[in-house]
Ligand binder design. Structure first.
Ligand code: SF4
Length: 671
């Protein structure tokens, strides 16, 4: 133990500094986590820690992070996945620590530059509003201008009325437009520059994973630190970092995206746009060709996918396995457009306009490069697919994603000259961190699983329904499958009812498909009519936060949830006393990214099911089950309606990944 770890241990002891915080309870697990983080910070090591619900992990990382940052003149960055957690840190935990810690520190929430208004661009847009905007947009612009000047606030979140993207895209602090010469130095009135200065001065910064990986993409790869020289980062909700990092490093291109940027240059229909009042005939001609070629290319692509991949026509995401030889005209017109943009620089009236033209040039060059990357498919380290959007499937996104993110994390996040801590309530499967570590290239990184502070033996019981037929594998493929109910589906509704009645409501029913959720919800609405038990369903026209509020307030109600509700529900107390898992949450293996990952594992000699599908499902299952016990006083039951958990050889891995408690096998046989 060093002096620093001793200091941290002492702060978290029963009579330590934190005991002055309202509601503080000594938790040995919290102290253990804080000491582990302090130790890894001091020893310049990366660290991965699973800290179950109830440990109090935010304080366990904030205290060592703040003190270490101050003592070593380094900047601490906290990155989270959800806005809820960011708000909890900024509005509650950090201000409480600022009151109690014997040091002064500065903290800031970090937002991306596209959240800030650029004063220069706002003024310019006001002058040129007739050529840039339609009447309704001009009115919005005027309201923003008045608001900013009256309130002195300058972020999108500050504006108390809706702002559409067409207006915002003309006034935000765009990359590449800032110049010291035009905008002043330290005493600038630019909101973005002022925020940047505060971020630079802060000891502790809070941001989200999306922004972290976006900003990190612009930072020099071999610098010491991630976003600032010599900073260190703590990722909370780290179970999401792999997916978010993959999204950030994966470009996508769509017809709408190209059209949006073309419209910003010049829209021939409305005669609005950056170049509308400029003598740029050749550029406008190149623009018109690009508009036409864009429409034509996506139409041809649609036919190509329909004919070559006709067997997958029912899917919304179709993997493209061969290079596509379409798009020559679009490539040529995009090239022509970038050449004309370069030539148009002398038309700029000032530095800002010159930088905007440069930005358009960069934007269209990137779009063209991404299209080429997608169509040629030269790198086999990526998976390529098209994604259909909209009811009529007429919007197509071209998507690219790295198949394996391990190397990316190894080289960038776990680099020797950098320091990171990853934590989450759910990282382990089968009581090891191996799966999570392998997925992010952290095989050699130190790791720790903290024990739960809850008494699950007393607080939770698991009921497993043995006699329910096993659910069918994978997604339904054809119309007759879709119309016919399987044996599992026929019996499911009755079993859900039986489970709900065990606790007279207070139940969260978790599904893996919207279709099954809707059908069960509609059938049970009738069954529970007049029973005093109200039903709520996700995706039923009400926003998620309102559904959760209604469910929380109505103690005997039932909530039907899918996808995000497996992890985004935090309702301590009596309102949630029963979690019903309808199906083990295996990912559908025919999504292109999953399919490519499974193939990749097979090529490496692994077992795709045991090495990927099973641990991924276990993590989601643990998150679902984790909705039940949120505090030491909670008690309740878990009902598992997927009999594979006891009938299949792999089922035991699900149960052994849960905290120890009584498991009751429910059978239809009567003695
Ligand atoms: S510094 Fe940048 S964001 Fe600020 S007013 Fe100038 S150009 Fe706009």
């Amino acid at each position: 133990m060093s002096e620093f770890t001793d200091e941290i241990k002492d702060i978290f002891s029963p009579s330590g500094l934190l005991s002055g915080l309202e509601g503080f309870e000594y938790r040995q697990q919290q102290q253990q986590m804080a000491v582990s983080i302090a130790d890894s910070l001091e020893s310049n090591e990366h660290n991965i820690i699973e800290a179950p619900t109830g440990v109090g992990k935010s304080l366990a990382y904030l205290v060592p992070a703040i003190l270490f940052a101050l003592q070593n003149e380094r900047k601490a960055i906290i990155s989270t996945c959800t806005i809820n957690l960011q708000e909890q840190l900024i509005n509650k935990d950090i201000p409480a620590l600022a009151q109690i810690l014997p040091v002064e520190f500065k903290y800031e929430i970090l937002k991306g530059r596209n959240n800030y208004i650029c004063t220069k661009r706002l003024n310019k847009a006001m002058i040129e509003k007739n050529s840039l905007f339609m009447t309704s947009e001009q009115q919005t612009l005027q309201k923003i201008y008045d608001f900013v000047n009256k309130e002195g606030k300058g972020t999108r979140q500050d504006i108390p009325f809706p702002v559409d993207d067409a207006v915002w895209s003309e006034i935000f602090a765009e990359e590449g437009v800032c110049t010291q010469k035009s905008c002043g130095g330290a005493d600038t009135n630019c909101h973005y520059q002022q925020a940047k200065q505060r971020m630079k001065d802060a000891d502790l910064l809070v941001l989200n994973h999306h922004l972290f990986f976006t900003l990190f993409g612009f930072y020099e790869r071999d610098s010491e630190g991630y976003l600032y020289f010599n900073d260190f980062v703590i990722f909370d909700e780290a179970h999401t970092v792999e997916q978010i990092a993959a999204e950030r490093v994966s470009p996508s291109v769509s017809k709408e995206q190209i059209r949006f940027w073309l419209n910003k240059l010049y829209n021939p229909r409305t005669q609005k746009g950056f170049f509308s009042m400029k003598p740029a005939d050749r550029l406008k001609k190149a623009l018109e060709s690009t508009y036409q070629d864009n429409e034509h290319f996506f139409k041809m692509l649609h036919s190509h996918v329909n004919s070559v991949y006709s067997a997958q026509a029912h899917k919304s995401a179709i993997r493209i396995k061969q290079p596509i030889t379409l798009g020559v005209e679009l490539m040529e017109s995009l090239l022509e457009l970038t050449i004309e943009l370069k030539k148009a620089t002398p038309l700029a009236k000032n530095d800002i306009e010159a930088d905007e033209i440069k930005n358009y040039f960069t934007k269209f060059t990137r779009i063209r490069n991404n299209l080429v990357f997608f169509l040629e498919q030269k790198s086999d380290e990526y998976v390529y697919w098209v994604e259909y959007k909209g009811r009529a499937r007429n919007n197509i996104d071209l998507c690219i994603s790295p198949i394996d993110m391990a190397e990316y994390f190894r080289e960038n996040i776990f680099a020797k000259n950098r320091q990171s801590i990853m934590t989450s309530a759910t990282l382990s499967t089968n009581n090891t961190l191996e799966f999570f570590k392998n997925s992010i290239g952290a095989e050699e990184i130190r790791g720790e699983i903290i024990e739960t502070p809850f008494d699950y033996g007393r607080q939770m019981k698991i009921h497993v329904y043995r006699d329910i037929p096993e659910p069918e594998k994978g997604a339904k493929k054809n119309i007759s499958d879709l119309l016919n109910e399987s044996d599992f589906e026929k019996i499911l509704t009755g079993k859900i009812k039986e489970c709900v009645e065990k606790t007279s409501g207070g139940a969260l029913v978790l599904f893996t498909s919207n279709k099954l959720l809707k059908s069960a919800y509609n059938k049970l609405l009738e069954e529970f009519l007049g029973s005093g038990i109200n039903l709520y369903a996700q995706h039923n026209g009400m926003p998620n936060n309102r559904i959760l509020q209604e469910f929380r307030d109505d103690e005997n109600s039932v909530l039907f949830g899918v996808d995000s509700f497996w992890m985004g529900v935090d309702i301590p107390g009596h309102s949630l006393r029963n979690v019903i898992v309808t199906k083990l949450p295996f990912e559908v293996p025919d999504h292109p990214v999953i399919e490519a990952k499974l193939e990749f594992l097979l090529q490496k000699g692994g077992n795709p099911f045991m090495d990927y599908s099973l641990p991924t499902a276990i993590l989601k299952f643990k998150q679902g089950v984790g909705r039940l016990i949120r505090s030491r006083n909670d008690e309740g039951i878990i009902c598992i309606l997927d009999s594979r958990i006891i009938k299949k050889h792999y089922g035991r891995h699900f149960l052994s990944s849960l905290p120890e408690c009584e498991v009751i096998i429910e059978s239809d046989e009567r003695i």
